[in-house]
Design a protein around this ligand. Sequence first.
Ligand code: NZQ
Ligand code: ZN
Length: 377
Amino acid sequence: MQFSYQNPTLIEFGAGKIEKISTLIAQEKKVLFVYGGGSIKKNGVYEEVQKALKNHTWFEFSGIEANPTKETLDKAIAYGREKNIDYILAVGGGSVIDGCKYIANAFYYEGDGWDLLEGKYTPTKALEIGVVLTLAATGSESNTGAVITKKATKEKRFFHSPFSYPTFSILDPNVLKSLDDRQLANGVIDAFVHTCEQYITTKHGALAQDYYAEGILRGLFELANTYTKRDDLWYANLMWLANQALNGLIGLGVPQDWATHFIGHELSGLYGIDHARTLAIVQPNLLREFIDERGEKLVQMGENVFKMSTKNPNDVIDKIETMYKNLGVNLELSSYTQDTDINEKVTTLLTKHGFTHFGYNGSVNKEMVEKILNKSL
Ligand code: NZQ
Ligand code: ZN
């Protein structure tokens, strides 16, 4: 085990915490308040933020899409520069937060912000970011990742930057109550797959990481089983479990995979499918293709997460798949797109993005991706 770990984001968790923005952002800061398509105007969050900012100088930029695009974000940068802002407040789900990470990191760069995604620009300076989380799924509220789409080429890529850690994130579970069934199911699944990507690899014996991951998976499985009987604690648990799944902790010093995510990102970029749905479609079939190398860990998962006594990893994959189906997700790719060229388009983009041998041990290649996609049709 070898790692360095520091997560500097202050988490303010609980009902009524949005008002804390008034003291969490220094008085002299000029704030750009960034949000998405308007859900915060219907559930009261916009008013709460507005109230908390009453003593600040602030401007707003709305319209960040789900699967945020560079094209829209570049407009936010231009607007922020015009207003001379020096702080960015992201109010939304993963898309708004990721979008704000792009804005913050590209703000002082004269070139094309997309260079961040292509690894051609490494920022040395960025805007400070604060977050009000409205959708629990990605963990973006306290990690360094951001996933951005370029509309012009239908490419969806990610970048990491140490400047992307928000200074603070406000997690008020009541805010999640206006989410519809689809988005809540997406949240459970995304967090579940994040944990799997750091867990279903090989037996490594790092006990804290393994057993903590199993605890998160158990929690999410319990939420999936009580999905139709959601109470206050259900929402609070989802918010914290999704955060813990991808705040960096469980992946420390252990093999990580992310193959399901890399394939899923291409599917979202090409066809606009919800991020979590791409994962639910791809993951079970990916695991089936790699049953030998991942079997031992799957059996451990069956025992410790699902309380199964099976020694057959296929049973565990079936259990995962049933959980996704019970959450109302259609797992057939052909129900989202009629394109007959999916294999060719996905593998071409993966190659372009450098993913020719990926997964935790490099065994996911073009041929395997084609097999997985064929099984997922
Ligand atoms: O735009 P608004 O009007 O806010 O509506 C959003 C959006 O339509 C709505 N919503 C959000 N909070 C709501 C609400 N509706 C009602 N009540 C609320 N409280 O939900 C819709 C989806 O929002 P979005 O932010 O797109 O969802 P999510 O949080 O799942 O984020 C998905 C994005 O994050 C990326 C994904 O690829 C995708 O682009 N990811 C980011 C990661 C990271 N930064 O670490 C990791 C993930 O694996 C993922 O790739
Ligand atoms: Zn994800």
